[in-house]
Design a protein around this ligand. Structure first.
Ligand SMILES: C[S@@+](CC[C@H](N)C(=O)[O-])C[C@H]1O[C@@H](n2cnc3c(N)ncnc32)[C@H](O)[C@@H]1O
Ligand code: SF4
Length: 403
């Protein structure tokens, strides 16, 4: 059960948690940088423009983040979790490219000093194209970042305008080329389904991304989040609503073009050389989420931080930035495994479905209807059509399961 925690007194039972360390789990860090120059009309992520910061200084915000890194080391030791080196670090946002490279470097130094890095560590930084130039990329490389995840969304200026993006298509092309020249692994985030976007526009976006020879593409269907500017425009009739059929066509086109170009799908929205960090989430490994609103998953428990940067920093000063905490009972852990792994090319075992009590005939129907297939290793994997419906399929399995 989820529990809310008093400000600054982050942990149940005076830091004595009932955790079950999983010695085979790998360890990962997510660092949330909660700043944006402007808020895009479709986005409801935990991020703040300068007017919303309530006195927090972006230029100094690496300091509380490093404070939390030190605290996490102390807590993990006090909970009896064995020391492990970090396998991946992911700076997400918000807009991590708004941080100075020196701030990123200071956080990485602190993570390395506290935990150590594996030799092949993957260090990703989410960047907005307008925030990247030669000097910045050089500095980020020196700081240790080796993978850039660039928020491109579209190469069609009309779509960029509908999404309130401030960058131009030319800026993206220059940023990707520079990053590749400097030896970064480059991924691009794209969004399909913006109001007014045609199938042809989406095809041109995909082809342009492929022309840039990126090694990884995340393609997300636009989610109209409640309370966002785009949701208001749609409800006032100023913009067209989402067209689910057209979106399905766009997904099928994405699969076709990216696969033909050698980028294999490995999770519903991801193609190419896999992000080891994201894989860690899907495989329910251990990670600590640093920063406002960040979630952690350690040894069968989940906890999350105060959301606003000002509240987060104040709580940290009092002892802990944690805002909520829950133990994941065995059933919830299995359900999450199904929900996450059926979205990936690894699929799930029949044993997991049996343990969850999913009726055999439901699984047989999903296979007969071409939504699931039996992979060579005996796992059940979503087919292309299954990927389009996978979340609904899992909900159906779980609602009819007999624990
Ligand atoms: C939260 S952003 C952070 C990175 C960076 N600030 C940017 O905008 O690219 C990460 C990605 O989430 C995706 N995203 C955000 N809001 C979304 C929405 N409502 N629907 C679909 N994708 C969304 C975008 O593709 C974006 O690149
Ligand atoms: S999509 Fe990225 S840049 Fe836009 S508001 Fe969200 S986090 Fe900020």
């Amino acid at each position: 059960m989820a529990a809310s925690l008093p400000l600054g007194l982050g942990w149940p039972k005076d830091n004595q948690l009932e955790l079950v360390p999983n010695t085979s789990a790998t360890f990962h860090a997510y660092v949330h940088i909660p700043f944006c120059a402007v808020r895009c009309g479709y986005c409801d992520f935990n991020t703040y423009t300068s007017k919303e910061l309530r006195g927090v200084s972006q230029a100094d915000f690496h300091i509380p983040l490093i404070q939390e890194v030190d605290l996490s080391k102390e807590l993990l030791s006090s909970w009896g979790i064995p020391d492990r080196k970090l396998t991946t670090v992911f700076f997400g946002g918000g807009t991590p490219s708004m941080f100075e490279a020196s701030q990123i470097s200071a956080i990485l130094e602190s993570l390395k000093a506290n935990f150590g890095f594996t030799d092949d560590i993957e260090i990703t930084l989410e960047a907005n194209p307008e925030g990247l130039d030669h000097i910045k990329l050089d500095q980020l490389k020196l700081a240790g970042v080796n993978r850039i995840s660039l928020g491109v969304q579209s190469f069609d200026q009309q779509v960029l305008d509908v999404l309130d993006r401030v960058h131009s298509r030319d800026k993206v092309i220059a940023a990707v080329r520079l990053a590749r020249e400097l030896g970064f692994r480059v991924s691009v985030d794209l969004i399909y389904g913006a109001p007014g976007e045609s199938l042809e526009s989406w095809e041109a976006t995909l082809r342009q991304a492929l022309e840039l020879a990126v090694e990884h593409v995340s393609a997300y269907s636009l989610i109209i989040e409640e309370g966002t500017a785009i949701a208001r425009k749609i409800s006032r009739g100023e913009l067209a609503d989402v067209d689910e059929d057209l979106n399905a066509d766009k997904y099928l086109l994405t699969e076709k073009l990216l696969t033909e170009a050698g980028l294999k799908n490995y999770e519903v929205s991801n193609w190419g050389n896999p992000s080891r960090h994201n894989r860690a989430y899907w495989e329910s490994q251990d990670w600590w989420g640093y920063g406002p609103g960040a979630h952690s998953h350690i040894a069968g428990a989940r906890f999350w931080n105060q959301k606003h940067p000002a509240t987060y920093a104040a709580a940290l000063e009092k002892g802990s930035p944690a805002h909520g905490f829950e133990y994941l009972d065995p059933r919830t852990q299995l359900e999450e495994q199904l929900l996450l792994m059926l979205r990936t090319d690894s699929g799930v075992s029949s044993a997991l479905l049996r343990e969850l009590g999913v009726p055999n005939e439901l699984v047989a129907n999903a296979i007969a209807n071409g939504l699931l297939q039996l992979a060579p290793g005996g796992k059940l994997v979503a087919t292309l059509n299954g990927r389009l419906l996978v979340d609904g399929l899992v909900l159906d399995f779980l609602s009819k399961s007999k624990p």
